[in-house]
Write a protein that binds this ligand. Sequence first.
Ligand code: SF4
Length: 254
Amino acid sequence: MTKRPKYIASCSGGKDSIATLLLAAQHDEPLDEVVFSEVMFDSGTSGEVPEHRDFIYDKLKPFCENKLGVKFTVLRAKKTYDDVFHHIIVRGPHMGEKRGFVWGGMCAVNRDCKIPPIRKYNASLSSDTISYVGIAADEPDRLARLDKTKQVSLLAKYDFTEADAFKLCAEHDLLSPIYTHCCRNGCWFCPNASNAELRHIVVNHPELFNRLIEWEQEENVFHRRLTRKETPSEIKMRLSGASQAGISHSITSI
Ligand code: SF4
């Protein structure tokens, strides 16, 4: 008997990747392992938004292991955001300075913390492994870029749009709490974060946001802006006075 290939699902904990797991279970599609890549802020602090991190470990991981009966693997890079921020620039006019916050659009956290463990993990897989990717039926450009020899979108196969994926996760009580304040999941210190995401951290997790302000105030830092325009202390000043009403309608107003 020929051995079937291994089937893995990369899962960020977002609606599309979780809907993929649910579709695999509903349609009896093969699934052997779920893989989640966690960026770390420092060695003891996750880079995931705290509520999302708790959702991953307290709900998604047990669901995969106990309900789906599949292995749940967490990947982490050796490097953390702490390492990226405090990297000493070795050439050019800013030689000797700490790099500081990353730039949106060319995120060094993605390059140094998110991608390396995924590359290493993928290299350990046999060449016939099939990966399920959470790309919805209404994302034609992304679907067109799939390597169809080793990547499969179950959302496209079963004609599930992003809205369908959201609904499916909600029906199974498997929607990350981040969707109450924003529509994407990223690191809590992301330079591309919307006002709603930044406000969530400033207001609900000040102990985390204050870590960024401490870094901003260190000496010899090259890039002190967290986002394209503002430093963490400027963001905090602008958003910490925001009303609770502003928070509740932040998804539509940003
Ligand atoms: S979510 Fe933002 S900070 Fe995190 S890896 Fe992606 S671009 Fe970088």
